[in-house]
Design a binder for this molecule. Sequence first.
Ligand code: CA
Length: 242
Amino acid sequence: MSAEVLIVEDEAAIAELLAINIRHAGMTVRVAYDAEQARREVDQQLPKLVLLDWMLPGQSGVQLARQWRNDERTRELPIIMLTARAAEDDRVAGLDAGADDYLTKPFSTKELMARVRAVLRRRAPETLDKPIDAAGILLDPATRRVTSKGLEIKLSPTEFKLLHFLMAHPERVHKRTQVLDRVWGDHVFIEERTVDVHVKRLREALRHAGVESVVETVRGAGYRFNAKAPESTTATQVPAAH
Ligand code: CA
């Protein structure tokens, strides 16, 4: 797993314990100690998942979750709420605020990691090492290999990440800013046309295997992986002499 997790927790000892366990699972960690800092961290770079403590100094975790849910950029940010509150009303309030899951303190690290994996599987499958087989393309994150009909498609690390993200979220249209956030982890300092450049390179690599039509441009909207795209019949043929 190569996901990046943001821990929002004001108690340093708990934050540290969470960080150790997340890192142990091969993920990277950032820590914020209040809502203000958490907002800055997310503005800077979108994490794959947020572990969000309910009781924070100043603005509460629930208010912060609600705010993120109302912002287009962070609407789908996976959030697991952490709290000492076990009352049913609180649990409901946390889920109502848009949390994907809910963990009541004290919890075992085993349970924590099981929930982290479950939320990532559902919301950010591109962070997992599970091979994806779609539209005649087999992508294996563990070996970083992409093949089509047994032939290897050579991709740079960025094109590999881009294809992995698109294949993990098929049939959905992704705006350029979303692609920057989710593939590059940055939506501010990288220009949107960078996405176009890499999509073009990705298509060129896919064209050699005759499967470039899987990456579609949706005019005025963004890019989409079309798992039902027809295979091109001309791509691998040598052009006829005139
Ligand atoms: Ca707290």
